[in-house]
Ligand binder design. Structure first.
Ligand SMILES: [Fe+2]
Length: 179
């Protein structure tokens, strides 16, 4: 996954994106529970309902993945992205070392959630098909695996408690699957 080095400014929407990022940062504190993260989901829903220039955020022709950093909160506590992945894109079970909230915009990504001990998946907690308008929540304690199951690319708005570029490398965050 490419590391975005600068915040993508979306003309006419950057003020709303900055405001949403700041509001989310103020709401979440250091260890938000699922109720707080559900409120973050509603803030993402409001942002996704705006006429953002989706054409510049969709997957470019021939690409497998595209990530745009849209907003960054104080002290690297909140990072808002637009993420696009090609059909069939999968991730094996992994942790983020932070919370995340996602809203689907286009396409469908299947998510499976796991309890874990830091090295392996211990139990399947549930699954969710994240399509347009669907919100998926993960606390820091949870892991997930994903697969884009739609025939068209998926496009999501995604907020993490920490920016992707400061997380440990993906290879160090993967878990052994359920036995
Ligand atoms: Fe993930």
């Amino acid at each position: 996954m490419p590391v975005p080095s600068t915040v993508t400014v979306i003309e006419g929407h950057d003020q709303a994106i900055r405001a949403a990022t700041a509001a989310i940062g103020a709401a979440v504190g250091d260890a938000p529970d699922r109720a707080v993260l559900a409120m973050v989901g509603e803030q993402l829903r409001a942002l996704a309902a705006r006429a953002l220039p989706w054409d510049m955020l969709r997957l470019p022709a021939g690409a497998l993945s595209a990530v745009h950093l849209l907003g960054l909160g104080d002290r690297d506590r909140v990072a808002l992205y637009a993420v696009a992945d090609a059909p069939g894109t999968r991730s094996i079970p992994h942790v983020h070392h932070t919370w995340s909230v996602t809203i689907g915009v286009e396409g469908v990504e299947a998510n499976t959630f796991f309890a874990h001990d830091g090295a392996r998946c211990l139990a399947r907690l549930g699954s969710q098909q994240v399509g347009p308008g669907d919100v998926a929540i993960m606390t820091e304690a949870e892991a997930h695996a994903t697969e884009v199951v739609s025939a068209a690319p998926m496009l999501h708005l995604h907020v993490y408690g920490r920016p992707i570029h400061v997380l440990a490398p993906f290879a160090t965050r993967v878990l052994a699957p359920l036995a």
